[in-house]
Design a protein. Structure first.
Length: 569
C-alpha cells in the first residue's frame, strides 16, 4: 500500500510541473536614418538663365521602400506656380532641368525628400532663385574662332567701347578743348589684350597743341570685380603716340594676343606739324606690347597731306594683312610680309590724283587716279563676291575736283592679287547733289539686305559734322548701286541726331540670328556726353522684317544699361 501511495505521489508531482517552452525573441525595430541631402544650389541665391539645372543628392541611407522627391518652383513676383514634380524613386539622386524661368525676377525653389515608409522622416530646403542677367554676367566672351575671323570680328564685336572708355578711363581731360576731342573714338578698339578669353578695350589717346589730352590705355576686364581696369601694357610704358586717327585690331604675329595698327595723323592744333607715321603695337606673347613707328611713305610726300584713316586686310590673297593709308590726294597700299615689321614699301601701290606732279603706280605699273582725290578713308570689302577684297573709298561730296572728277563714293574692284586699276571703278550715287553740302562718309558694311543674292552696302555719313545718317546702297544686277533709305526707320532723335558717327557696328545684338546696326560715338569727352546726351540716347537699329528699326541700345545690353544708369542719370 505504501508503494502505491509513493508511486501516486511521484505521478502527482510530475503531473503538477509546467513544461518549459523557449520564448520567441522580441522584434527589433530598426530606426531609419534621418533624411539628409544636398543640392547643387546650396551655396545661396542662384542666378538662373531660362532653365534651372537642379541636382539633388541624398547622403543618408535610403529607406527600403524608397523616397519621394517633391520639387516646387514659384515666381514670387506674381505668386505664379512655374513647376511642380512629385516622384518616388529608389535611387539616391535626382537630376532635372527645370524650364519656364525666362522672365527676369525672383523665384522660390522648394525641394523636399521624404521616406516612403515613414512620412515624418523628411527634409525640406527652400532656395531663392533670381533671373538676373548681370548676376551671371562674366564679361563679353571671345569667340573660339576669333583669330580666324580676324579684324572683322573685333570691329563688329558688341562690346560698347565708347561707353567703356567714358566710364572707366580716368586719364583724359574733363573739358572740351577748342577744335579737338579729348578722345577720338576712331582711336579705340576691342580685342583680347591679356588673352584670357574676355574682350578688352584699347584707347590710342590723343594730343592737341602738343599737350596730352588722353593717354594711351588698355582697359582690361576683370571677371571677378566685373569692371574694366586701366592698365599700361606697353613694355617701355609709353603712354602717348601723338594724335592717332584710327586703330585697327589685327593678328600680326603667331601668338593669340590681338595686335594693333595705329594710323597716325598730325596734331590738329597746327597743320604745319608733321604727320604721325603708322605704328604697330605688337604683343610679345607674354602679356606686354612694343610700339614701333614705320617709315613707309615717300619722304617727299610724308608731311604734305594730312593722314586720315585706312584699313588692314589681306587683299593679295597670300594670307598676310595689307595696309591701306589715305591722305586725300594720295593713297597707298603697303603689302604685308610675314616677318617684322609686317608691312613693306617695296613695290607698294601709290594712288595719286595729281599724276602730273607726282608719280602714281598701283604696284603693277598702272596709273589709277581714281584711287585718290578727296579720299580720307577706305575699307577693304568683297563687294562682288568673287573672293577678292575690293577697296571702297570714303569720299566727301563737296563738288568737282581740278581733274574733273566729282567727289563721289567709289569702289575699286580687285582684279586679283591686290591689283586695282581704272577698268574696275564703280561710282556710288550721290547722297546730295548740293554743291558744298558737306556730306562726309566714314564707315561701310556689306550684306544681302533684300535677298537677291547680291551684296548691298550699309554706310554712315554726316552733314557738315552735325547730323548723321545711315545710307543703304542696293546693288543692281549690272553691279551698279541705287540708294534706298526706306530700309531704315528712325524713332529716336528724329529731329536732330547730334554729333556725327564714324564707326558702324554690324552684329546680332538681340540674339535673333539677324545682324543689327549700331555705332560708336564720335567722341566721349564729358562736354559732348552732357551737352548732347550721346550716352543716354545711344541707338541700335534692330532688323525687323525688311527694315532696320531704331530702338534704345540699352534694352539689349544689360551690362551697358547698368553703367548708363549708374554714371549717366
Amino acid at each position: 500500500m505504501k508503494r502505491v501511495i509513493f508511486a501516486l505521489g511521484i505521478l502527482f508531482v510530475f503531473a503538477c510541473s509546467k513544461t518549459e517552452v523557449p520564448a520567441t525573441p522580441p522584434v527589433v525595430v530598426v530606426q531609419e536614418e534621418a533624411i539628409k541631402f544636398t543640392t547643387n544650389l546650396d551655396t545661396g541665391t542662384y542666378n538662373v538663365a531660362d532653365t534651372l539645372p537642379l541636382l539633388v543628392t541624398v547622403s543618408s541611407k535610403l529607406p527600403a521602400t524608397g523616397i519621394l522627391y517633391s520639387i516646387l518652383v514659384n515666381w514670387t513676383d506674381s505668386s505664379k506656380q512655374i513647376f511642380k514634380l512629385d516622384t518616388s524613386l529608389t535611387v539616391s539622386s535626382l537630376s532635372l532641368n527645370i524650364p519656364g524661368l525666362k522672365k527676369s525676377g525672383t523665384y522660390s525653389l522648394s525641394v523636399a525628400v521624404t521616406s516612403k515608409s515613414t512620412p515624418t522622416n523628411t527634409l525640406n530646403k527652400s532656395i531663392p532663385v533670381v533671373n538676373n542677367p548681370l548676376g551671371r554676367f562674366m564679361g563679353y566672351k571671345v569667340a573660339a574662332n576669333a583669330r580666324q575671323l580676324g579684324t572683322d570680328y573685333w570691329e563688329n564685336s558688341i562690346l560698347p567701347s565708347d561707353l567703356i572708355v567714358a566710364v572707366f578711363q580716368k586719364n583724359y581731360e574733363n573739358h572740351h578743348p577748342s577744335g579737338a576731342y579729348a578722345v577720338w573714338t576712331e582711336a579705340i578698339c576691342n580685342g583680347d589684350f591679356n588673352n584670357d578669353g574676355y574682350m578688352d578695350v584699347f584707347n590710342g589717346g590723343t594730343t592737341f597743341g602738343g599737350q596730352i589730352k588722353a593717354t594711351l590705355t588698355f582697359l582690361i576686364w576683370n571677371p571677378i570685380t566685373k569692371i574694366f581696369e586701366e592698365k599700361n601694357l606697353i613694355n617701355d610704358k609709353t603712354n602717348n603716340v601723338g594724335h592717332p586717327r584710327l586703330v585697327t585690331p589685327v593678328y600680326l604675329n603667331s601668338d593669340n594676343y590681338v595686335d594693333i595698327v595705329i594710323h597716325g595723323m598730325r596734331d590738329e592744333a597746327s597743320n604745319s606739324n608733321p604727320n604721325e607715321p603708322v605704328s604697330i603695337c605688337l604683343s610679345d606673347g607674354k602679356g606686354g606690347y612694343d610700339i614701333t613707328k614705320l617709315d613707309l611713305e615717300p619722304k617727299s610726300l610724308a608731311n604734305q597731306f594730312g593722314h586720315e584713316w585706312g584699313d588692314v586686310e589681306d587683299v593679295t590673297g597670300d594670307g598676310l594683312p595689307d595696309l591701306f593709308v589715305s591722305a586725300n590726294s594720295h593713297s597707298y597700299i603697303f603689302w604685308g610680309i610675314n616677318t617684322f615689321p609686317y608691312f613693306t614699301n617695296i613695290n607698294f601701290a601709290h594712288f595719286s590724283s595729281d599724276t602730273k606732279n607726282y608719280p602714281s603706280d598701283n604696284g603693277f605699273g598702272e596709273v589709277v587716279p581714281s584711287g585718290a582725290g578727296a579720299v580720307y578713308g577706305g575699307v577693304f570689302l568683297d563687294v562682288n563676291k568673287d573672293g577678292q577684297k575690293d577697296l571702297l573709298l570714303a569720299v566727301g561730296e563737296n563738288g568737282i575736283q581740278p581733274n574733273g572728277n566729282k567727289d563721289q563714293q567709289r569702289i575699286l574692284l580687285n582684279k586679283g592679287k591686290g591689283r586695282f586699276n581704272e577698268t574696275g571703278v564703280i561710282k556710288l550715287p550721290l547722297y546730295s547733289n548740293q554743291i558744298n553740302a558737306g556730306i562726309n562718309y566714314f564707315d561701310y558694311k556689306l550684306d544681302d539686305l533684300n535677298g537677291d543674292g547680291r551684296l548691298d552696302i550699309i554706310a554712315i555719313n554726316s552733314v557738315k559734322y552735325s547730323q548723321w545718317n545711315i545710307v543703304i546702297y542696293l546693288q543692281q544686277s549690272d553691279g551698279s548701286f541705287l540708294i534706298d533709305n526706306s530700309l531704315v526707320e528712325y524713332n529716336l532723335n528724329t529731329i536732330s541726331r547730334p554729333q556725327y558717327k564714324t564707326r558702324l557696328v554690324y552684329s546680332d545684338l538681340n540674339g535673333d540670328g539677324l545682324k543689327d546696326i549700331s555705332y560708336i560715338n564720335s567722341s566721349i569727352t564729358p562736354y559732348y556726353m552732357l551737352q548732347n546726351n550721346e550716352m543716354l540716347t545711344k541707338s541700335v537699329f534692330i532688323r525687323v522684317g525688311n527694315k532696320f528699326v531704331e530702338k534704345d541700345y540699352y534694352q539689349f545690353d544689360p551690362y551697358a544699361k547698368s553703367l548708363k544708369d549708374k554714371y549717366y542719370k
